[in-house]
Ligand binder design. Structure first.
Ligand code: NAP
Length: 288
């Protein structure tokens, strides 16, 4: 059944370039149906040169909420009225809340990831030693969210070590112990970590044979976590499971970043299980 659309329907959207692959509309419209909220969520293909026009449109049309994806997460920031502390520290916005024409930017990626990690793999992260492989945009959000969980240490390994060093420097005041390493120190770091997170694109469809580490470096009982959700179980996760690790895939991050956005916009708890069911169905359909 479709969402009811009438003169009171409130509009929400996701913008990006490209955008037609996005699973956000089906996930969020299911959330509105499930909670009985009279809202509709669409995808707009917005190119960089029309970003200002789009923001004017949000104000003029009273679009209540917007999700922002690649490549606009940074460039949208100066166009907003207020930036939440999380998005400021992370340096990127993925969610906008429009309250009577006042646009406030948030970042729900990192907190979405950590909520999913806690619900699905390890309920208490305090005191954990975390290894992050990758130092791109997603890593920044995750570092911000991990810092609030009382982790004991974070080690960042990246192909381009300078990017890992830059991140370690930026988050030094927030995480008690944080360091950057090159790939030559990765094996030793795996042996000392409670949680290993792959934030690189290694292993993502269609390059499903790629993996960020040699699985023999993993010790059993480590939590192996991957941001990738296509495939749902990457080679990294499949091999980690064989080694006796607990595994955690990237689908939960996608669901919970959306759940936080939904909660910011509506003030109601997001129907997370229904959202997950819808996205899983869509992923399966796009494979068949
Ligand atoms: P990004 O900013 O482009 O960063 C990519 C990272 O991958 C960099 O650290 C890069 O290393 C590394 N990398 C790429 N190719 C590599 C290779 N061949 N060997 C070693 N390292 C390589 O991307 P991002 O936005 O952070 O996203 C990273 C991943 O997270 C993607 O797979 C994305 O799909 C996923 N993601 C998932 C969600 C979700 O909701 N589940 C949300 C956001 C992102 P260099 O610095 O050396 O280039």
């Amino acid at each position: 059944m479709g969402n009811k659309v009438d003169s009171h329907t409130v509009l929400f959207s996701v913008i990006g370039d490209p955008i037609r692959h996005s699973k956000s509309p089906i996930m969020m419209n299911r959330a509105f149906r499930e909670t009985g909220i009279n809202g509709i969520y669409t995808a707009f293909h917005i190119t960089a040169d029309r970003l200002g026009d789009f923001v004017a449109g949000v104000r003029a049309m009273g679009i209540r909420g917007v999700n922002v994806t690649i490549p606009h997460k940074l460039d949208i920031m100066p166009l907003l009225d207020e930036i939440d502390e999380s998005a400021q520290v992370i340096g990127a916005v993925n969610t906008i809340v429009n309250t009577g024409g006042h646009l406030k930017g948030y970042n729900t990626d990192g907190i979405g990831y950590v909520r999913s990690l806690k619900e699905e793999a390890k309920s208490d992260l305090a005191g954990s030693h975390v290894l992050i492989i990758g130092a791109g945009g997603a890593t920044r959000g995750i570092l911000y969210a991990l810092a609030r969980e009382g982790v004991a240490s974070v080690t960042i390994s990246n192909r381009t070590v300078a990017r890992a060093e830059e991140l370690a420097e930026a988050f030094r005041g927030l995480v008690p112990v944080i360091r950057a390493i090159g790939q030559d120190e990765l094996q030793a770091a795996c042996g000392h970590s409670d949680i290993i997170i792959n934030t690189t694109s290694l292993g993502m469809f269609p390059n499903v044979e790629e993996t960020p580490i040699d699985s023999s470096w993993l010790k059993p009982d480590t939590v192996a976590s991957d941001l990738i959700y296509n495939p749902l179980t990457t080679r990294f996760l499949a091999e980690a499971k064989e080694r006796g690790c607990r595994i955690h895939g990237g689908l939960g991050m996608f669901i919970y970043q959306g759940a936080y956005a939904f909660e910011y916009w509506t003030g109601q708890p997001a129907p997370v299980e229904a959202m997950r069911e819808t996205v899983l169905e869509a992923l399966q359909q796009s494979k068949s």
